[in-house]
Design a protein around this ligand. Structure first.
Ligand SMILES: C[S@@+](CC[C@H](N)C(=O)[O-])C[C@H]1O[C@@H](n2cnc3c(N)ncnc32)[C@H](O)[C@@H]1O
Length: 245
């Protein structure tokens, strides 16, 4: 990935200089004493926060605890689309983002391989996972989540297992009016362009020979790569297109 030109790493209260400097190096952006004019990755003693455009976002899986219990997670729309009778089940989240969909799959029992190509988003996700591992209520779920940094179009066809499920949630061009989408997506949209490789993404998922592919779309959005799904599950604002293979 190219280093984002609109981002700096900045040290907040209690930040470790070596860690902040290593983070800036990994992403390929400057370590600065001042916040950036557009986006800042602020590190402090408790983690990493992405800030900018009057918004701030830090991954926090603890906030999702309520949705993750066995009783509740099966009522999530994604889990309706992903449900299976298999005991041992493997999913690939090919567009992991901040891992909030991955954690639903992992809470349901999937072993989830997550791919994230954007180095900044991958750092935020790693930081959220690191903090979540310290919470005993999340530790078990975190053991089933495995992040791989890189492009899933290249990596999915090389997987040495055929997953039961592949989940795709690429950035949609005109996802929704910014007032209606959450902070996480508004900031991700500043870092990541809409997906222009729909065909390649779908083909790479197919090459990994999963039993099912699920694609998240806006309720009225067109289907991914012009592929007609086997069936769709519809909510108020989004839709899961399911391809049974
Ligand atoms: C809409 S967000 C996904 C949000 C995610 N479902 C969640 O729950 O947080 C899309 C993410 O997919 C990543 N992405 C898109 N294409 C990718 C690819 N080919 N390989 C890896 N990551 C990709 C983007 O960098 C972005 O972080």
């Amino acid at each position: 990935m190219n280093s984002p030109s609109n981002l700096v790493v900045c040290m907040g209260a209690g930040a470790d200089k070596e860690e902040a400097s290593a983070l800036a190096n990994r992403i390929g952006v400057p370590l600065s004493d001042e916040k950036g004019s557009e986006l800042t990755l602020m590190t402090d003693s408790s983690g990493i926060t992405l800030m900018g455009y009057g918004l701030s976002y830090r991954g926090d899986f603890e906030q999702m605890l309520y949705r993750l219990t066995k009783g509740r997670v099966r009522h999530e729309m994604l889990i309706h689309a992903a449900k299976t009778k298999l005991d041992r089940k493997t999913a690939v989240d090919a567009t992991a983002g901040m891992g909030e969909d991955s954690i639903l799959l992992a809470a349901y029992g999937y072993n989830v391989i997550m791919f994230e190509q954007n180095a900044v988003i991958a750092e935020l996700l790693k930081d959220a996972i690191k903090r979540a591992k310290q919470n005993p209520q999340l530790a078990d779920i975190m053991e089933r989540m495995h992040l791989i940094e890189g492009n899933s179009i290249d990596l999915m066809p090389k997987l040495d297992v055929s997953p039961d499920l592949i989940y795709l949630d690429p950035m949609f061009p005109a996802r929704q009016k910014s007032g209606l989408i959450n902070k996480k997506l508004q900031l991700i949209q500043k870092l990541e362009q809409p997906c222009v490789e729909e065909e390649k993404l779908f083909n790479a998922a197919n090459l990994a020979q999963p039993k099912k592919i699920i694609v998240k779309r806006p309720l009225k959005g067109r289907v991914l790569a012009e592929r007609k799904p086997s069936y769709s599950i519809k909510g108020k604002a989004i839709r899961y297109d399911c391809y049974v293979l």
